[in-house]
Design a protein around this ligand. Structure first.
Ligand code: FES
Length: 86
């Protein structure tokens, strides 16, 4: 069952901040446990000055959190810390 839905902003400002690399990293990382993660794109999240912006929905907790400055490296850190969640 999906644990996290990861939405990577592909709006103009975030795209200019290389959010495509964040998206690629999320897609690559999620391949190792596709049952846990869903990765998709989303439009502008009104957080343009702090992009790349990623919104992560914790399905089990029914919460959603907006992350700023979510570079590919930061995206990788998220997966490192959430892969072994139960
Ligand atoms: S373009 Fe990503 S928050 Fe606006």
């Amino acid at each position: 069952m999906t644990k996290y839905k990861i939405k990577v902003c592909q709006g103009k400002a975030c795209s200019g901040n290389m959010s495509r690399y964040t998206l690629e990293r999320a897609q690559n990382e999620s391949e190792s446990s596709p049952e846990d993660f869903v990765v998709e794109t989303c439009p502008c999240q009104d957080n343009c000055d702090f992009g790349p912006t990623v919104v992560i929905e914790d399905i089990k907790a029914n919460t959603e959190k907006k992350y700023s400055h979510m570079t590919a490296v930061e995206m990788g850190k998220f997966f490192r810390t959430h892969h072994k969640d139960s």
